[in-house]
Write a protein of this length. Structure first.
Length: 249
């Protein structure tokens, strides 16, 4: 797999109207960081089929996308994700997945009908993901689009398993951070000369005693990040601007 760009899609009207709090963003971000990866984007959207399809198509249009999608794969009328995935990523149709059908029938017995068995209707080419809580399978497409339940206790072990078995290990990111007693425009001249492969960002903060700016320099190449960071330190020292080094993850 070429360098992946990771996305999280969190589907649930109940999150947008505050009936539930999102638990996926923080988990996925930390899980990716631990494996040497990062999120390129995260979306929280309502249970609207057209919106789900368009969001999936947008993510699929990005370079080497890997998607962790949460929610909407059940059997109730507001669970649209299975069909939307088929429309956005495959031929638009759902097919009965024999193994999924068998798991649902063996797990639920007579309770599998008439509704839970609908979860065996999956897009073409779907592979099953094991659900460690109730055995109801989730699914993936093309080993890069992973569709899981909205319940964190079910989906988060799936994410961990995917990162351990399917996604290659990434390289660590080296980050250096400081907070200076100045406005962030003091950093602009050096920021404009940021070399390729280095990420620089600044965050302003207004306190009772004036303006502060937190500067972060990060790269997969430690020497590049360290060299640019030292240039910022030298600039602040030359201008007699006080700063402190921050602990960074």
């Amino acid at each position: 797999m070429k360098t992946p760009h990771f996305f999280a899609l969190i589907i649930g009207t109940e999150i947008l109207n505050l009936r539930r709090k999102d638990a996926h963003f923080d988990f996925v971000t930390k899980a990716l960081n631990a494996k040497g990866h990062k999120l390129s984007g995260s979306f929280v959207i309502e249970d609207d089929p057209a919106l789900i399809v368009q969001t999936l198509k947008f993510i699929a249009s990005q370079p080497n996308p890997v998607l962790f999608s949460f929610g909407g794969i059940g059997s109730t009328p507001d669970d649209h994700t299975r069909k939307c995935a088929a429309i956005a990523l495959k031929d638009g149709r759902l097919y009965e997945h024999p193994k999924a059908k068998k798991i649902i029938e063996e797990t639920l017995k007579e309770r599998a009908y008439p509704h839970p068995i609908k979860m065996a209707q999956l897009p073409k080419g779907a592979k099953l993901l094991h659900n460690p809580v109730n055995n109801m399978p989730a699914f993936s497409l093309d080993d890069r689009y992973f569709f899981m339940p909205g319940f964190p206790e079910m989906s988060h072990p799936m994410v961990t398993h995917i990162l351990e078995t399917i996604i290659p290990e990434g390289s660590p990111t080296y980050r250096f951070t400081l907070t200076a007693a100045c406005r962030e425009n003091e950093f602009i001249e050096l920021m404009e000369r940021t070399p390729k492969g280095v990420e620089v960002s600044s965050l302003p903060k207004l306190s009772d005693d004036g303006w502060y700016a937190t500067l972060s320099v990060a790269s997969k190449e430690k020497e590049k990040a360290a060299s640019l960071f030292h240039a910022f330190e030298e600039m602040l020292t030359r201008k007699q601007i006080d700063y402190t080094l921050d602990d960074t993850p």
